[in-house]
Design a binder for this molecule. Structure first.
Ligand SMILES: [Zn+2]
Length: 328
C-alpha cells in the first residue's frame, strides 16, 4: 500500500498568524528529521500565496525579509531531503497585508477561489503556480485547495488542464462543512482511494484528465474530541501545538464534533495521530492501494511527533511511503 504523508505548509489565518519560526521552521525541521531517519519521503503543500505576499512587502519590513529567506531556504531543504513540494492555494493572501506588527487577514468573501471573479481567479492560479514552480525549479502537478474548498471544480477545470495540474488531493470522502468562509461537500465523493474525474471532484469519470488521491477519512467519536480538548488542558507540554497562532474560526464545528460522530481527516496532527495506526490497519483490511494522511507543521505537538516516529518505525517495512512526484 502506498502511504502519502502530506503537510500543508502554512501559517494560521485567524486573529494571529503565529511566527514563522514556530509555525513552519521548527516543526518542519522535526518532520524532515523523521523523513531522513526513516528514508521516508513526504509531500509539502506549500501555501504559495504567503510567499507572494511576503515578496510584495519585504522591502518595507526587514522582519519579512528574514521570514522570506527562512521559508525559501527550508523549501530547498525539503527538496534536498527527497521530499515533494506541491501547490496549495489560499487566495485570501491577495487581500491581506502586513501592518508592521502582524498580518491583517481578510478572509471574508476571499477565502476560496470560488469567491473571486473568473478573471481574477485565473490570474491568481497562474501566478501562484508559476511562482512555486520557479522556486523549486520544476513544474508542480498536484493541487490541494486551501480549506479543502475546491468546489465547484468546473470553474477550475480548463485552466488546471492547460497548466497540467493533473492530480488533486483535496477531497476527503463523506466530509462536508458549510459555515463561515468554508464550503465543501464530499458526501457524494466515491469512497475509493484513487479515481479519475473531469468537471466534478465528486463524480468519477474514467476518461477524465484528473486523478483524485483522496485524503483518508475516518469517523471520529465525540469521545475522541472530548479527550482531545481535555488532554490539551491537562498536559500542555505534550499536547500543545508547536505553532503559536490562532485558527480561523469554524462556526459551530466544536459543538458539532463534541456531540456527534463526524467524518474527518486521517491526520498526523496533534491527537489525531493516535488514530494513524488504526486507520492504516483498516486500509490494509480493505486492500487499499493508497492512503493519504494530511498534517500541518503548525499543528504538530510533542505527542504527535512521538507517535509519527513510532508509526514510521512500525510501518516502514509494511507500507511503501511515497509522494506525488515519485508516483507520476
Ligand atoms: Zn491550507
Amino acid at each position: 500500500m502506498n502511504v502519502f504523508l502530506t503537510f500543508d505548509y502554512e501559517l494560521f489565518f485567524g486573529s494571529a498568524s503565529g511566527t514563522v519560526q514556530k509555525c513552519l521552521i521548527e516543526p518542519t525541521n522535526r518532520l524532515l528529521d523523521l523523513s531522513r531517519k526513516y528514508h521516508v519521503p513526504m509531500t509539502f503543500f506549500v501555501d504559495i500565496g504567503y510567499i507572494i505576499a511576503l515578496e510584495r512587502q519585504l522591502n518595507d519590513f526587514s522582519i519579512l525579509k528574514m521570514d522570506y529567506d527562512m521559508v525559501i531556504d527550508q523549501i530547498q531543504e525539503m527538496i534536498v531531503a527527497g521530499c515533494d513540494v506541491q501547490l496549495h492555494i489560499h487566495p485570501h493572501w491577495e487581500k491581506t497585508h502586513f501592518d508592521g506588527e502582524k498580518w491583517q487577514f481578510v478572509t471574508k468573501n476571499a477565502y476560496k477561489l470560488a469567491d473571486f471573479e473568473a478573471e481574477e481567479r485565473e490570474r491568481i492560479i497562474r501566478i501562484y503556480k508559476s511562482k512555486l514552480d520557479s522556486i523549486i525549479g520544476r513544474k508542480t502537478h498536484t493541487f490541494r485547495a486551501g480549506g479543502w474548498c475546491i468546489q465547484p471544480f468546473n470553474q477550475l477545470e480548463k485552466l488546471f488542464q492547460e497548466l497540467e495540474i493533473k492530480y488533486d488531493s483535496s477531497v476527503f470522502p463523506r466530509g462536508h462543512f458549510e459555515a463561515g468562509e468554508y464550503s465543501f461537500d464530499f458526501r457524494n465523493a466515491p469512497t475509493k482511494d484513487q479515481y479519475r474525474f473531469q468537471n466534478d471532484v465528486c463524480t468519477e469519470n474514467e476518461n477524465g484528465f484528473f486523478t483524485e488521491f483522496p485524503i483518508g477519512s475516518y469517523r471520529y467519536s465525540p469521545l475522541f474530541y472530548w479527550r482531545l480538548y481535555i488532554l490539551g488542558r491537562l498536559n500542555p507540554a505534550a499536547h500543545k501545538m508547536i505553532g503559536d497562532g490562532i485558527f480561523m474560526s469554524q462556526p459551530g464545528r466544536k459543538k458539532q464534533v463534541l456531540t456527534h460522530f463526524t467524518w474527518n481527516h486521517a491526520s498526523t496532527d496533534g491527537y489525531y495521530a493516535s488514530k494513524m495506526a488504526k486507520i492504516t490497519e483498516i486500509a490494509f483490511k480493505k486492500r487499499q492501494q493508497n492512503l493519504v494522511f494530511i498534517g500541518h507543521p503548525k499543528s504538530c505537538t510533542q505527542y504527535s511527533l512521538n507517535l509519527l516516529n513510532r508509526y514510521l518505525a512500525k510501518y516502514n517495512s509494511r507500507c511503501k511511503f511515497t509522494h506525488f512526484q515519485l508516483n507520476s
